[in-house]
Design a protein around this ligand. Structure first.
Ligand code: AMP
Length: 213
């Protein structure tokens, strides 16, 4: 099964994708994670995208489509979760072509619905483990008092450079201008399913399981 998780920044796509990886053996393809990895390893591409990401603008279609193409060619696993991709209609078309060329189909597009105020609160409280990517939230899931990640034991908590109010406002505007039209596109294809992303993590998780069956 191959699915897209859609929703504005902070909707919880990454958190829910991790559950699907653990429980269903699916492969998470997060273009945001791939771009951050390119930045921290100092590649040419990482240098090109750094400022764009910090402002909260979208990286070019060419770069992100290239990243996804490489990963689709590497391995199919138990299905892909596209997380943060596609974000433009050009990316959606490219994904359709890549899947077709590989003999894969897209089974479901899940929209995680969350209102903007909740997003600002979530994002400004968010941190992650630099080693394994476990996500923490100052209010609902604080970093463990012993300073060690509850998932992997590392002590390298990080806050994303673009998790501040200015960049977030821009990321939201990019989402509404360029990404939200994809909801109509997938709706027209009969693929869009909505899940309330505002509830407790486990409730959202159950909502997604329900949709995927
Ligand atoms: P994310 O981790 O998905 O919130 O992505 C963080 C940042 O990476 C975004 O604000 C963009 O600058 C860039 N990015 C990630 N995925 C894409 C994409 N599919 N298209 C364009 N830019 C992207």
């Amino acid at each position: 099964m191959n699915i897209i998780l859609m929703g504005p920044p902070g909707a919880g796509k990454g958190t829910q994708a991790r559950f699907l990886v653990e429980e269903r053996g699916m492969v998470q393809l997060s273009t945001g994670d791939m771009l951050r990895a390119a930045r921290s390893s100092g590649t040419e591409m990482g240098k090109i995208v750094a400022d764009v990401m910090d402002r909260g603008d979208l990286v070019t279609d060419e770069i992100v489509i290239g990243l996804i193409r490489e990963q689709i060619e590497i391995g199919k696993g138990n299905g892909f979760i596209f997380d943060g991709f596609p974000r433009t209609l050009a990316q959606a078309d490219a994904l359709a072509e890549l899947l077709e060329a590989t003999g894969l189909t897209l089974d479901s597009v899940i929209e995680m619905e969350v209102d903007d105020e909740a997003l600002v609160a979530r994002i400004t409280a968010r941190s992650t483990c630099g080693a394994c990517g476990e996500v923490y939230n100052d209010a609902t899931k604080p970093q463990p008092a012993d300073g060690e990640c509850s998932n992997c034991g590392a002590s390298d908590f990080q806050r994303r450079a673009d998790d501040n109010e200015d960049a977030l406002r821009n990321r939201l505007m990019e989402y509404y201008k360029k990404t939200s039209p994809l909801l109509g596109y997938y709706y027209a294809k009969g693929m869009l399913q909505k899940v309330d992303g505002l509830g407790e993590i486990d409730t959202v998780k159950a909502g997604i399981s329900n949709v995927l069956g």
